[in-house]
Design a protein around this ligand. Sequence first.
Ligand code: DHE
Length: 539
Amino acid sequence: MKKLHFLLPLLVSSAMAGTALAQAQLQPVPTMAKEDFDKATGIYFNRCGGCHGSLRKGATGKPLTPDKTRTKTVENLAKIIYNGTDAGMPGWGTAGVLSKDDADLMAKFVQNEPVAPPEFNMKEIQATWKLHVPPEKRPTKVMHKRNIDTLVAVILRDAGKIAIIDGDTKEIWTTVDSGFAVHTLRYSHSGRYLYTIGRDAKATMVDLWMDPPQTVAEVKTGIEARSIDSSKYKGPKGDFLDKLAVVGNYWPPSYVILDGQTLEPKKVVGTRGYTYDTNEYHPEPRVAAIVASHIDPEWILTVKETGQLLVVDYSDLKNFKVTTIEAERFLHDGGFDASKRYFLVAANMRDKMVAIDIKTKKLAGIVETGNKPHPGRGANFVDPKFGPVYATPHLGEPLVALIGTDVGGKHKANAWKVVRKLVPAGEGGLFIKTHPKSDHLWVDHALAKDENVYRSVSVFDIKNPDAPPRIIKVGDRGRVVHMEYNKAGNEVWVSVWDRKGEIVIYDDKTLKEKARLADPRLVTPTGKFNVYNTRHDIY
Ligand code: DHE
């Protein structure tokens, strides 16, 4: 004991010397004028927070806390921000988004302590709720002759608008306003209402019975969000069709349940808590993908940072039941298998896909697939050798992994295993699509490095998956992103994603171009959502 007492000061002083040494190696905190700091905060929210987190603790991108960023000089950080990295970070300068001065500003910003954005409670949410047209003032029948099931709603990201395109005539019927940099779209179960969610957490709902469709309600559920869905259950536990909606927030870390007819906010539920594996407190577990169960009155929400899936029972909001399934960290995007009993979601920074059984509400499997799977909602088809499979592209390598999903069938030995690996034209894959009536599997490589690759799509023959894909160069501008089938399953719509955007439509049988929609309104088109396919989860 005496000996230990004697040793203690030595240990303490050497630990202090270590800390002093570590501090000596850190760069000083750069001072910033308030207006520069505010400008940098805005840029960070728009361009960086999605990957690195509002509190800069990292997720798809690396942590950017000062203990990490101050090990580099401002010049080095600014170079990374301007030029990007081989690990997949975009070059914000080379892409023409940030100037050299902006990159320098952001380098200084990330060396300062992160500032948490404000909370956004029910009072603030309620204050943003606007019911433009109450249900009793809406039409009681469809007011036009267009076929709602064949409509395609297209996100016009940088315009903060949605284009509603007639799938039969290919005419842009109308555009409606949405939140800032709108991220994704879903429909109510009946197909009457289109729900949109902006990056700024503004949700809107559009009535497709009106001529032309109009925004009938809006609400801001938080400060940052990426996902929205509607209630899709009708059965012995109640009729919830078109009754509710839910938004998954990035900030504050929470989800918000809304009335499906009016978007009136009904309940806010926080997701702050402990990581599933190390049980460490996380202040910012963000809600990523959401799907709506067809077999129970439930949504399945993925919580990115804690690695959990929440099965949220919306049938009784007062006696509220949530089943938490431990899975894997950094859950991001995903979709159902063909039977809609299993939900597959990417834990992208762990190179894995997670499958859960939404009937038993248990983890079904975890499979390592490759470098950063990014399925969007994925694609389902029957492989000639391995039976029913779910396909995902990858951000980090030229790979489409086919995962066996035939849990109860004759290929059950392949369930939750990678049964086949296909090689598309490049890395940077974001989205994939097929259709039950199609023999093709379409994959983009929107974030590839090579211009020829990101301007092309790879198309595989699913009857002969080992054959190399047909590579189709879509255009000479922009990046090519996100595919959607029409209701009949014989056309594929692809976005040319730049300010002078285009939608290119291919005949799925011949793979020949059928139409090219160019219009000044088509600013930065990203996701496209056919009403019928989206509400029935066909992909
Ligand atoms: Fe997305 C889906 C988050 C960048 C276009 N995106 C999703 C989903 C999440 C997400 C959680 C799943 C929603 C669901 O299914 O319920 N996306 C994020 C990010 O955090 C990230 C990496 C950075 C950010 O700050 O937003 C990001 N996403 C992008 C883009 O850069 C894309 C290509 C263009 C854009 O909007 O900025 C983009 N993400 C999309 C689209 C979907 C999507 C089109 C819906 C795909 C679908 O078919 O359902």
